[in-house]
Structures are given as structure tokens and as C-alpha cells.
Design a protein around this ligand. Structure first.
Ligand code: 5RP
Length: 223
């Protein structure tokens, strides 16, 4: 049983006719997009969407899901996205797939953020998963140094021998923090560093978490 698929397909039940929908990124969000495509095709579901990455946009286009320019869509009704970690307060680490900035922008402009995960992603305290920090290329070594000085233990994300580049033309430093005791404070502190575009902490943004358990049951956590 594919738990990612199970959670994602359940979340797609929240999508109703006429909704404006944000499409997430990653291997769990992939299944949500696939299911939305089925509903558009088989049920004639009427939706308008925007995507959080080039990959999700390409997938949606291939499935015939209507994509609308950001300038025309206005506020979204719902976004369905994955996460790398979810804590008891529904705070998240995202960005394992490198789309954290677009995901945060889209989430901020959605009435409802639904996160789909398998049970392995639900943890007590955020930080075991390395926190992605998106950095502009200009003087990126200085920004990296600032993270190092803060005790973030950064490591450049690589794509072969080159630094990994996001859809926005930026780099990512993955920070091995171990345990994040105050996600809100860290989020603000990181984003105060010039050169940091944003980081993968999503504090107080998720409304609903759909968790698929290994026994095939689904748990819904609400804010
Ligand atoms: C991409 C993300 C993903 O949602 C996150 O990395 C989870 O990925 P997956 O569903 O493949 O486990 O934040 O930037």
C-alpha cells in the first residue's frame, strides 16, 4: 500500500466544483495532482489551479487540469501539499523537494492549507530532517557563513558537482539542526539574514494534516 498515495487521494476529496486550488510539489503531492486529473476528466470537476513548481505545472498540464496565471486567479480556496516533517502544533518543515519558496507563497495565499503525509513524517519536535534554506547566488558564501555562525550546520544541496538550483534560480543550504525548540523564532531569525530568501519552516500555516498510517487508516489532524 502506498501511504503517500492514500493520504493524497483522501485530501483531494476536499476539492469541490468551482474551487481555486494550489498544487503542491513532491512525491506525495504528485498523487494529489494525479487524482485531481482523474476527477477533472471523469467527473467534469471544474477547478482553476496554480502550481508550486515547474514539475507540478507540467504534470497538471499533461492531465488537462486548468492552470491559470497567478495574476488572474486571486485568493485560493485550498492548497494540497506534502511536507518533510509535521509536529504536534501542525508546524512543518518543507522544501525537501526544493520548492519551499513557491510553496510558502502559494500557502500564504490559500484559505486552507491541507498537508498530506505518511505517518513517518509526524514527529514530536521539528529538526531531524535538515531544514532547507533558500539563498540568492550573490555572495552566497557569506550567507552560508552567517548560517554557520548561527550554529545551523549548513551543507549546500548539490546536483552532481554543481550546487542545486531552485526554480527561482537560487541555491539551497540544508541545515542539520537536530532539534528546533522554537520554530517561530528560528524562522524569523533565518529570514533576517540578507541573502536568505526564505526557509522551510511553515509555522502556523497548515489547517489540516491528512496522515496515512501503515495499517491503512487515515487520521485527520485539524488546527
Ligand atoms: C517540496 C516539499 C515536499 O512537499 C516535501 O519535500 C515532501 O516530499 P515528498 O512528498 O516527496 O516526501 O516540500 O519542496
Amino acid at each position: 500500500m502506498d501511504l503517500k498515495r492514500l493520504a493524497a487521494e483522501r485530501a483531494v476529496e476536499y476539492v469541490k466544483d468551482g474551487m481555486k486550488v494550489g498544487l503542491g510539489t513532491g512525491s506525495t503531492a504528485y498523487w494529489a495532482i494525479q487524482r485531481l486529473g482523474e476527477r477533472v476528466k471523469n467527473e467534469g470537476l471544474q477547478i482553476e489551479t496554480v502550481a508550486t513548481s515547474q514539475a507540478s505545472e507540467d504534470q497538471a498540464r499533461e492531465l488537462g487540469i486548468p492552470l491559470v496565471p497567478f495574476s488572474e486567479i486571486g485568493r485560493l480556496d485550498i492548497t494540497i501539499d506534502g511536507a518533510d516533517e509535521v509536529d504536534g502544533r501542525l508546524n512543518l518543515i518543507k522544501g525537501g523537494g526544493g520548492a519551499l519558496l513557491r510553496e510558502k507563497i502559494v500557502a500564504m495565499n490559500s484559505r486552507r492549507l491541507v498537508i498530506v503525509v505518511d505517518e513517518s513524517k509526524v514527529i514530536h519536535t521539528l529538526g531531524k530532517f535538515p531544514l532547507p534554506v533558500e539563498i540568492v547566488p550573490f555572495a552566497c558564501e557569506w550567507t552560508y557563513h552567517a548560517l554557520d555562525q548561527m550554529g545551523c550546520h549548513p551543507a549546500w544541496r548539490m546536483n552532481g558537482s554543481e550546487k542545486y538550483m531552485t526554480d527561482n534560480g537560487n541555491y539551497i543550504a540544508d541545515c542539520k539542526l537536530g532539534r528546533i525548540s522554537d520554530a517561530e523564532a528560528l524562522n524569523q531569525k533565518l529570514n533576517m539574514i540578507p541573502g536568505v530568501v526564505d526557509n522551510g519552516l511553515f509555522v502556523d500555516m497548515a489547517d489540516t494534516i491528512v496522515v496515512a498510517h501503515a495499517d491503512g487508516t487515515i487520521e485527520i489532524k485539524r488546527k
